[in-house]
Design a protein around this ligand. Sequence first.
Ligand code: F6P
Length: 326
Amino acid sequence: MKQINKIGVFTSGGDSPGMNACVRAVVRTAQKHDVEVVGIKEGYKGMVAGYFEKLTSFDVAGIIQRGGTILRSSRCPEFKTKEGRQQAYDNCKNQGIDALVAIGGNGTFTGALYFEEEFGIPTIGCPGTIDNDLFGTDYTIGFDTACNTVVKAIDQIRETAASHNRLFLVEVMGRDSGFIALNGCVAGGGEAVMLPEQHDDLPRLMQFLDEKSQHKIYSNIVVVAEGDEAGGAIQLEKVIKKEYPQYDVRSTILGHLQRGGSPTCRDRILASTLGYHAVEALLKGKRNMMAGEINNKVVLTSFRDSIEKTKALNTDLLQLSEILVA
Ligand code: F6P
């Protein structure tokens, strides 16, 4: 096993609260082992363009509480080309980087998988995405903070919804997955939820609206995942307005405010734990894997599984979301 003297760390894809806590853990753990750390700015884009910066324990002081990512992030089309990855490898080599920690989601790990296969730089990933859609970890870094943001928003919307007897559609993030929507709905006491994973939620919503309307209950909250096949809150609003003129409908799209904010305690601890374990794993010769947490235990899952296998929604929570509606 080749000795690791310098680790490159980067954040990539959509930022998520807790990424900074993870970077801090990577830098400080590496330093305890006398391993240098280089921060790669703007994810794969910076790797291709050569945006590198040495990071010491002092450089990551005072960042654990900050949302976003001090390393900045991007989605990088150049890295999808062989030439782009070659350039990235040459830059890493010139910097003396002999291992990587990649903090991000699905796209980040897909890039890491190709990169490792082509150039052999050992890489360990930390799951950083608010979507929670990665196989191999119960929770991703940033998901808890995003859910708390959603719950706070629903609480506030409920006050105005009730005052005006209105039906509110609250659209939350989740292009392909309904984790934020389901958790936000249960914790926010939402009356219905629309999820990309379910294909019968529109007729069920219709039935629900029929029943409520018979009892003259018009103020309800429906949480809509952006990737739901109904097409998001705005599309759904049009359908409801047409079919149910008795409802006074409004939509709120929470959008990118779900991505920001100071990470919760849970996200800081998860990020710190996984950042630490990512470095420990590299130093033990592990590579091409994501560090996650399952049932409170740190587990390594191959990048391929973390990308290709689907993490199922919690069916108990799904059931609860239906049982607890008045
Ligand atoms: O993957 C995280 C995520 O926040 C998704 O939930 C959302 O669909 C997407 O990123 C938005 O991406 P962008 O910030 O590039 O518009």
